[in-house]
Design a protein around this ligand. Structure first.
Ligand code: SAH
Ligand code: MG
Length: 200
């Protein structure tokens, strides 16, 4: 799928670069939007809105898509609000300004996209698992963590980095060993995991 380089999209990307907001790479967005088309995804829960870039890109796939997205950083949430309005998507994108761990939802979604704190994915997964429909998908970004995941943790000098790499590996194993899901790890963008909930 071709990504339209909309003037306003360009502006969001420029803002992200300028303010060091880690929005999804083109390759990752391309994968997500293609996935949404292929699997006829209509309802999406996103953890980690940042400034609304990925939510807007997903919402623009087609008019039937509804997204609920959670962000805990106020400045980013406010920027996301502005961006969503700019695209006239406020009726299809619901923004929640809250720490995701304090959010308990009743809705059921076709897709849950985890793109928040890399080290917390097991907890995010567990917090929102009941919100995924049978046969729905968990998609997780940053599974490769800029390639650190392929290094021997002992060669990583920073303690924080080492701990983060361990947590991502733990999440990788957690997904692999989860019998309720069929999981694929893709070398797309910064590494994407697709976990498909079995129907049972
Ligand atoms: N999906 C976005 C990028 C998200 S960056 C895009 O591609 O456009 C990750 C975001 O997750 C950051 O803005 C960070 O503030 C947010 N985040 C991290 N932990 C969170 C939590 N526990 N609850 C809500 N948001 C969180
Ligand atoms: Mg990401």
């Amino acid at each position: 799928m071709v990504i339209l380089e909309h003037k306003e999209i360009r502006a969001i990307k420029d803002y992200a670069k300028e303010h060091n907001v880690p929005i999804m790479q083109d390759e990752g967005i391309d994968f997500l939007t293609t996935f949404i088309v292929k699997h006829q995804i209509k309802s999406i829960l996103e953890v980690g809105t940042a400034i609304g870039y990925s939510a807007i890109m997903m919402a623009m796939v087609n008019q039937d898509i509804h997204i609920t997205t959670i962000e805990r950083d106020e400045e980013r949430y406010l920027e996301a609000l502005k961006n969503v309005k700019k695209f006239g998507l406020e009726h299809r994108i619901t923004l929640i300004f809250q720490d995701a761990f304090n959010v308990k939802l009743d809705g059921k979604y076709d897709l849950i996209f985890l793109d928040a704190a890399k080290g917390q994915n097991i907890r995010f997964f567990e917090n929102f698992e009941h919100n995924l429909k049978p046969e729905g998908y968990f998609i997780t970004d940053n599974m490769n963590f800029h390639g650190y995941i392929f290094k021997d943790p002992d060669t990583i000098k920073s303690k924080n980095l080492r701990s983060l790499v361990r947590k991502i590996k733990e999440y990788h194993t957690f997904l692999e060993e989860n019998e309720n899901y069929t999981v694929e790890f893709l070398n797309v963008g910064d590494g994407i995991a697709v976990a498909n909930k079995k129907n049972r």
